[in-house]
Design a protein around this ligand. Sequence first.
Ligand code: NAD
Length: 464
Amino acid sequence: MASTDTDTDIATAIATARNRFDSGATRPLTWRRHQLEQLALLLRENGPQIEQALWTDLHKNPTEAQLAETGVVLGEITHTLRNLKRFTKPRRVSLPLSLQPASGRLVREPLGVALIIAPWNYPVQLLFAPLVGALAAGNAVVLKPSELTPTVSSTIAQLVPKYLDLQAVHVVEGGIAETTELLSHRFDHIFYTGNSVVAKVISRAAAHHLTPVTLELGGKSPAWVDDDAHLDQVARRIVWGKFMNAGQTCVAPDYILTTPDRVDSLTTALRRAITDMLGEDPSQNDDYGRIVNDRHFARLAGLLADAEIAIGGEQDARTRYLAPTVVHAPAPRALDAEPAYMREEIFGPILPIVPVTDADAAIAYVAARDKPLALYVFTGSATTRAAFIARTSSGGVGLDTPMLQAGIAELPFGGVGASGTGAYHGQYSIDTFSHKKTVVRKLHVLDTLRFAQPPFTPAKRKIA
Ligand code: NAD
């Protein structure tokens, strides 16, 4: 491909970031602390502009934007600043007696220049939350926001240079062409959030330079429901988690598994919860989002074509409105005979209810498929909770609630298998963007190393 001005800009941005890192400027805790404080300032001073951009691109309600985007990043910054010294300080490790006298330390060092590629669904949170970890660990960073939320992307590109170290942090806007050009360069870490098809493109490009990757992907996150005593509350929580951001959330419950005799009562409770939270006509409610673009709208409309719609289903292609929708799925069958909405991640406001005989059948159903990013269990039974945790694998588990496990700074957030590789938040972000270097010193006094050195006399063999 011929070199373009953008290619030159990208090469310059990466070279500048590398020079800045190589200068050592990003290593002191004072620099890291200042960058985190500046990022917090960026979010605080420009809240309305950021919220307006999220409204323009995603019809995201400003309160939801504060809760699920800027608020999450600010929480991450507060937690990291409070613990920065503890998270980054070298850790002394006591060594086995056979090595004494000696000392051991674990030293966290920054990796260098990190590339962070973000998706469109939480375009602020998913770009800036990893940035918190990258900066806290002392790296220079290139940020690539999603081109599918262009107002957010340009807002970020305009704000970042005003607040953060101009040489260390760069924003490269653009889509496939720009990302492809970025990926042709060597980075020291690539942190990608998005779909699994592109994750393979990223992984192949990273392999070329032996660059480590963190892949934050998605998948079909199931929710098991058998909690008859709390049906209304369960329905409210599922409706909240599923229809937030019009279902375009990586940890949204993708579908419900329940027993056939519960399908009707659960459907009634879900209808009540939808009306309660979003009104009779969610198209008129500013609390409800829109589908990000025409391609995704057409994809979701296609999933509904043959579906048995129990609630919702109303669509308006012009405004990309798709009502909160519940569908009654058939009983599980061979994967290629499943309806399309049970074969792929839905990533929109369509919630299938799949009837299965019991919790054991639900566990078998989940365990036979790709490992999801989240698994939700709504039950009154401790045995059922324990069985799901022990016999299924997922990035995280929510008991009696969706979503919360994804936003806790004290706990790692990440997938497993098809839902991702690596994790972040708080200490785990710093670990992701650091190399954990082992440093060992063997003292000269009492030179016990002689026992490991030739000549290997019979006496030495006995000691070994
Ligand atoms: P997207 O289309 O915005 O793509 C993500 C990023 O990849 C963008 O920056 C885009 O420019 C880049 N990209 C797209 N095509 C590319 C290509 N061919 N080569 C190089 N780069 C390319 O977002 P998306 O993938 O539609 O996001 C939705 C997916 O992300 C869902 O599967 C969802 O579950 C997952 N997701 C996961 C998390 C998580 O934290 N684990 C969070 C949000 C979304």
